[in-house]
Design a protein around this ligand. Structure first.
Ligand code: P6P
Length: 336
């Protein structure tokens, strides 16, 4: 479906409903669920736009299960998502990167409901310095054969029903896939509605740009250091480096312009820093639907079997040829 040529527009809800109409027997429950996610992100965006004005600035004074200092906005974003999803009536389990354990919404019949997992405010440490932050979400079906929380959420990324993120940047954009392409919607602040702005995004197959926190490069495995040293010596095209330190912002740049983002194993995070369920799986789904790739350095992210809801993995994600370049360096150093 494309933006109507006579200047008309397609809202996110219209798009999701039209997509769902292609599935015989679609009940409209998924569209109703997605409208809850869209509402929560509009609430979060309004909090962020007023950070510092409504006393949300600064610390909340606690640390989360990840051991990270929790900002007040983290709590507000987490609450917005849990509140809007809880009364959709078709979300059986909610799992947040901010919470210790997944939460079962007992009043919902687990057999025909969804699981929603999210990182409510990724990169929140950047808020106090006005750098773009994001919300990342992913949706699974609640497997009828498995009751309970931990087990029902432990599904590999290839089982995702849908995934997306919202980037609260110079404009607020939602990027979303339900397995039929990757699409972008821009929030019209006047209407308070997400409007389709890019349908079926195709990530460039290559770009001479990499994104990594090089301050840790001395602790990266050899193959990563070989890759970084190698591209620095290349000309025509010469490579550039960009690193915002906010995953959604770094990834969105790569989705649109191409290149590769890496978070390798480091001395402080030997298993990787980024969360498989809340960050890597959803971004991998979006990347692959746009023609890109995502691995943990050797295995496709969406094939990884989670052991714990808070599993962390290394991440190499972006343009297919850039990811292949990194993989060749890792294989040559014996990481394959
Ligand atoms: P570092 C933010 O905490 C985050 O999870 C991602 O948004 C970001 O890409 C990464 O960590 C930054 O980590 O170690 O480079 O500061």
């Amino acid at each position: 479906m494309a933006i109507k040529k006579d200047g008309d527009f397609v809202t996110f809800t219209q798009f999701v409903q039209a997509e769902q109409a292609q599935y015989p027997g679609a009940s409209g429950q998924f569209s109703w669920l997605m409208s809850g996610v869209a509402l929560a992100t509009r609430m979060i965006g309004s909090y962020i736009r007023r950070a510092g004005l409504i006393d949300v600035w600064g610390e909340h004074g606690t640390t989360n299960v990840q051991g990270e200092t929790v900002k007040k906005l983290d709590i507000m974003a987490n609450d917005a998502l849990k509140r809007t999803l809880a009364y959709r009536g078709n979300v059986g389990v909610i799992a947040s990167e901010e919470d210790d354990e997944p939460k079962v919404l007992a009043e919902v019949d687990a057999d025909d409901s969804y699981i929603v997992m999210f990182d409510p405010l990724d990169g929140s440490s950047n808020i106090d310095v006005n750098v773009s932050v994001g919300t990342i979400f992913t949706i699974f079906q609640n497997p009828p054969d498995v009751k309970g929380t931990e087990k029902s959420v432990l599904q590999k990324g290839a089982k995702q029903v849908a995934a997306g993120y919202v980037l609260y940047g110079s404009s607020t954009v939602m990027v979303y896939t339900a397995g039929r392409g990757t699409h972008m919607f821009t929030l019209d602040p006047q209407f308070g509605t997400y409007l389709l702005t890019r349908e079926n995004i195709q990530m460039p197959t290559f770009a001479p740009q990499y994104s990594v926190n090089e301050a840790y490069s001395h602790t990266f495995p050899e193959g990563y250091r070989r890759y970084i040293d190698g591209v620095k010596l290349q000309d025509n095209p010469g490579y550039s480096s960009r690193y915002v330190g906010s995953l959604v912002a770094d990834f969105h740049r790569i989705l649109i312009n191409g290149g590769v983002y890496m978070y390798p194993p480091t001395r402080s995070d030997p298993g990787g820093k980024l969360r498989l369920m809340y960050e890597c799986n959803p971004l991998a789904f979006i990347a692959e639907q746009a023609g890109g790739a995502a691995t943990n350095g050797k295995t496709r992210i969406m094939e990884l079997e989670p052991k714990n809801v808070h599993d962390r993995v290394p991440l190499v994600i972006g343009s297919i040829k850039n990811v292949e370049e990194v993989s060749r360096s890792l294989a040559a150093a014996g990481h394959a």
